[in-house]
Design a protein around this ligand. Structure first.
Ligand SMILES: [Zn+2]
Length: 475
């Protein structure tokens, strides 16, 4: 599409959203909560019966004709002969598994989905910096709500909202409100505003305010707080007097830290510098780490830092191949992430997990380097371990919180089932995700979002984008 056509197409779509042509009278009559959203459903009691259950638990394994009994948000029983109570949901023909665990996503910039263009001046970083600086708290809300709705729709039950556009406390709060409204389990990592000079420390006001009142923001413990840190490098090196106070403050507040480091293969030595400055540890998640050499992989392992890689964005932006097999061989906790829809378009994590497996096979020039099962583990139990929440989610096991999905292969793109792990990894689209449960709440059922007004989410995002376009004078 030519630049002018592309812009007028976007303008047209924004106008449709702004004038509410997508609004649905049926949805408008449904009960609404304080924020104007549909209320989240209650955590009830139900049993999904006669399904193919992939527990992703090393002891329980896969269970054909299995059942999962859920009560008050907790998994009560999983097995073949479960006499579960509550509503009986027929799982015949469905594949039930834990919800996907996403580990680093700039949900605030989904408003600019596929905006990263084909020329350097239209690339990812200048684009999000330019538009990001014009965003109001409501724009952040609309963008993150769109992302979280897409997450639920495509089978993610946990996301890490990496909010590096906290322009004020209100902006950070808007990101959290969107996560809470959708009902997804999440970590919100509060960062700095786009456009902040590398010579200036980030204002600690927003994160301190959130930490002080966290209970009122946590949506009954479903959302936790972290700090998104710029680290030692952005376009160039950042001075210790700028970055150290930010890092120290997060540690003082007892918050987990997350940082992009060694993003591109050509960004060498950054991990060694971070390690030598004692800025790694179990509480410091490292993003990308593509240039890690053997010694640096040992430093990551020794420090205890978990890592998140995002093959979808890393391949798209030309950073190179992630080092997934290399990190797994060292025993480094590893999760997979979306990163940004501005680069990747769709945020379907099944597709990203497939890219993770495929990039390892491509590097090894082998069809058999990584198994489909391992890729699904990275998207569930291993992702949860990397975020420090594997005691609560990531596998289907009695005592864990009920974050699960049911996939229906009864569609043209699936249809036949041989090896469920291969089929789920290689073919699942959002349209195949039949049911999504977060903390015992059924948020998608029969392929439809149960607690969200989808047309309103879309119209809200389009109207917000129209406002940002106006303020940036982008015609
Ligand atoms: Zn990122």
């Amino acid at each position: 599409m030519c630049q002018v056509c592309r812009r007028s197409f976007i303008r047209g779509a924004a106008a449709l959203g702004a004038t509410g042509l997508f609004s649905s009278p049926l949805m408008a009559q449904a009960p609404r909560g304080e924020t104007g959203s549909l209320r989240l459903p209650a955590r009830g009691e139900f049993t999904i019966a006669n399904a193919y259950v992939m527990t992703m638990d090393s002891v329980l394994g896969d269970i054909a004709d299995g059942s999962v009994h859920v009560r008050n948000g907790e998994i009560v029983a999983v097995g073949k002969d479960v006499n579960g109570g509550g509503e009986r949901i027929d799982g015949t023909g469905l594949i039930v598994m834990p919800g996907l665990v996403e580990t680093h996503w700039h949900m605030w910039n989904t408003l600019f989905r596929s905006f990263a263009g084909d020329k350097p001046e239209d690339g990812y970083f200048p684009t999000v910096a330019r538009f990001g600086q014009q965003m109001s708290p409501d724009d952040i809300f609309q963008s993150t709500r769109l992302s979280a709705a897409e997450a639920i729709n495509s089978g993610m039950t946990f996301v890490h909202s990496w909010c590096h556009n906290a322009r004020s406390t209100a902006h950070a709060e808007a990101d959290i409100r969107a996560l809470a409204e959708v009902g997804i389990r999440a970590r919100h990592s509060c960062g700095w505003p786009q456009g902040l000079p590398d010579t200036q420390s980030a204002d600690q006001g927003p994160i301190e305010s959130l930490a002080r009142n966290w209970k009122s923001w946590s949506n009954e413990g479903l959302i936790t707080l972290g700090m998104a840190w710029r680290g030692q490098f952005r376009a160039g090196p950042i001075k210790p007097e700028v970055y150290q106070p930010e890092f120290d403050n997060a540690r003082k507040l007892g918050l987990p830290i997350t940082v992009h480091v060694a993003s591109a293969r050509k960004a060498v030595n950054q991990i060694e510098l971070l390690y030598k400055a004692k800025l790694m540890g179990k509480d410091v998640q490292l993003i990308h780490t593509l240039s890690a050499n053997a010694a640096e992989l040992d430093m990551i392992k020794e420090s205890g830092s978990p890592v998140s890689v995002s093959p979808g964005s890393e391949l798209r932006i030309g950073y190179g191949y992630p080092q997934i097999s290399e990190m797994l061989a060292k025993g480094i906790p590893l999760g997979i992430s979306v990163d940004t829809s501005a680069l990747t378009g769709s945020s379907n994590l099944f597709g990203v997990l497939k890219l993770a497996r495929d990039s390892e096979n491509a590097k090894a020039e082998s069809e058999f380097k990584m198994t489909a099962r391992k890729a699904l583990e990275l998207g569930t139990i291993e992702g949860a371990r990397s975020m420090g929440i594997d005691d609560r989610i990531g596998s289907l096991k009695p005592g864990k919180r009920a974050d699960l999905i049911a996939i229906s292969p009864n569609a043209l793109n699936m249809a036949v089932v041989a090896d469920p792990a291969h089929l789920v990894l290689e073919a699942t689209g959002a349209e195949n995700v039949d049911t999504v449960v977060v903390d015992g709440r059924i948020l998608k059922r029969g392929g439809k979002l149960a607690a969200l007004d989808t047309p309103e989410v879309i119209a809200g995002a389009r109207a917000a984008l129209a406002g940002v376009r106006e303020r940036t004078k982008w015609r």
